[in-house]
Ligand binder design. Structure first.
Ligand code: MG
Length: 168
């Protein structure tokens, strides 16, 4: 008998913006006057997705798997960390049902970049673009997002694992 196990996970991430640094969101480098001040590339969307995947598997968080005290993970691309998490996921027999994300950023306009983000994420997550949804919201010019001091991302992922019970 086959039983289907489904699990859900959420993740979120915030990074500070600084003038002159690269801005990478969802694996896409976006032309802008500011970018993320971070240990790695500061890709808030991928960091949120990593935490959502780890959360769904019940395997802690990004900080325990990729500690910023370990030089191995210094300046490593977030897509590389996400691939490491995907091999954990596949090793445990899980696959992704769908991924839904929200990015909070005052500027620049992210909507034109979303199809590219979806394609990049679909490639790394080995799912179809139809399984991914990304939304972008402004900060309404209030708070740290509205003042363009930082950006925030949220991700929710549903995963499933097909278990075969021999003898049933
Ligand atoms: Mg982060």
């Amino acid at each position: 008998m086959n039983t289907l196990m489904m699990r859900i996970g959420t993740g979120s991430d915030t990074h500070r913006l600084r003038p002159g640094l690269p801005l990478v969101i969802g694996g896409v480098t976006i032309r802008h006057s500011k970018g993320f001040q971070a240990h790695s590339d500061g890709d808030i969307l991928i960091h949120a997705i990593i935490d959502a995947l780890l959360g769904a598997m019940g395997k802690g968080d990004i900080g325990t798997h990729f500690p910023d005290t370990n030089p191995r993970w210094k300046n490593v691309k977030s897509t590389v960390m996400m691939q490491a998490v995907m091999s954990l996921l596949h090793h445990a027999g899980f696959s992704i049902v769908n991924l839904d994300c929200t990015i909070h950023a005052q500027r620049p306009k992210l909507a034109p970049h979303i199809p590219h983000m979806v394609d990049i994420l679909a490639g790394h997550l080995k799912i179809s673009p139809q399984q991914i949804n990304i939304k972008a919201k402004t900060g309404e010019q209030i708070g740290f997002i509205g003042r363009e001091e930082g950006m925030h991302a949220q991700a929710t992922v549903l995963i499933h694992q097909e278990k075969t019970h021999p003898g049933n």
